[in-house]
Design a binder for this molecule. Structure first.
Ligand SMILES: O=CC(=O)O
Length: 338
């Protein structure tokens, strides 16, 4: 029996040893450079025929672009599993994968604490406007025009999307004395900090002193918060986003900021990364991080190991450990699409 082949698309920084240990059960191939066109040509030329499972990094989108319908249709017919390194998998269109019988894994859980830490950090920094404090000090003007900040204690934190990261944030925010509400499509089964469920979005937004976004980016959640919703926040409210930039209409956010409606904003994600809206860059009441939610040695390792474990499970048992929600429970049916 020929050994199956696994393909690494992108680079591994922390679980190289774990990836290489897969050579005991599979042939390993790698794509670390190239363009969408060159990769598609290699697929056509049969260079990756026999690949059963793909390990895909977030940054590999710089090589291939999105795994959209067109790209998925060009994959070798042997591909059965796509293992993505990231909790968010908006770079992958799930429907064409399902139609081709390809199961997709992501890395939920592994990202929760690190991303919640960045969200909490942004909340505190936005409340204190630390950007003004630090730039003023570095300019040699000590506190300069730094306004007094706000304490988190007693403020209402609205968590939009109480999933794994939202829960991790809720326990942190509770320790800072914040009062917690959340909005989901349905009441959450896991809510250890006892956040209050608010079913109506407009009512939810109207109660937030601080709003933190934890929704995945899908066609439904793209521009979920537009001008109307942002104006539905209290005047002076703080908005933090560590999920995906396009969940907010960024141009509307700048407009609402310029109108003086929001107190401050903390962002780790943007609509067109790495491009940042000029209207955000120039504002001093906005804290901006370059998408570093999971940017720690421990979390990067945890995520990479989980992807390798998914590839291993796919090759040895024909099953993924952390299949995406759209395919969960339908794996056998999807595999029959082949
Ligand atoms: O943005 C980070 C992730 O999706 O894991």
């Amino acid at each position: 029996m020929p050994r199956p082949t696994a393909l690494l698309l992108g680079t591994i920084g922390h679980a190289r040893k774990e990836w290489e240990s897969l050579s005991e059960i599979a042939e390993l191939k790698e794509i670390t450079t190239g363009t969408r066109e060159s990769v598609i040509q290699d697929f056509k030329d049969g260079k990756y025929d026999g690949v059963v499972a793909i390990y895909r990094t977030y940054d590999s989108a710089q090589i291939t672009g999105r795994f959209d319908k067109d790209f998925v249709s060009q994959l070798p017919s042997s591909v059965r599993f796509l293992c993505h390194n990231g909790a968010g998998y908006d770079q992958i269109d799930i429907e064409p994968c399902t139609a081709r019988g390809i199961l997709v894994a992501h890395t939920p859980g592994a990202v929760n604490n690190a991303t919640a830490n960045i969200a909490m950090m942004l909340i505190l920094q936005a409340l204190r406007k630390t950007y003004i404090a630090e730039t003023s000090l570095r300019k040699g003007t000590w506190r300069g025009q730094l306004p007094l900040g706000h304490d988190p204690d007693g403020k209402v934190l609205g968590i939009l999307g109480l999933g794994g990261i939202g829960v991790a944030l809720s326990t942190r925010a509770k320790a800072f004395g914040m009062s917690l509400i959340y909005h989901n499509r349905r009441e959450a089964a896991h809510n250890p900090a006892g956040a209050e469920y608010v079913a109506d979005l407009a009512q939810f937004l109207g109660r937030c002193d601080v709003l933190s976004i934890h929704l995945p980016l899908t066609e439904v959640t793209r521009h979920y918060l537009g001008k109307k919703e942002l104006l539905g926040l209290k005047k002076g409210a703080v908005l933090v986003n560590t999920a995906r930039g396009a969940v907010i209409d960024e141009a509307a956010l700048v407009e609402v900021l310029e109108a003086g409606h929001l107190g401050s904003v903390g962002l780790d994600v943007y609509e067109e990364e790495p491009k940042i809206h000029e209207g955000l860059i120039k504002r001093e009441d906005v804290v901006l991080f370059p998408h570093i939610g999971t940017f720690t040695i421990e979390t990067q390792k945890k995520m990479e190991v989980l992807v390798v474990d998914n590839v291993c499970s796919a090759l040895t048992r024909g099953k993924l450990l952390t299949v995406v929600p759209e395919q969960k429970g339908k794996e056998a049916e999807i595999q029959e699409n082949r």
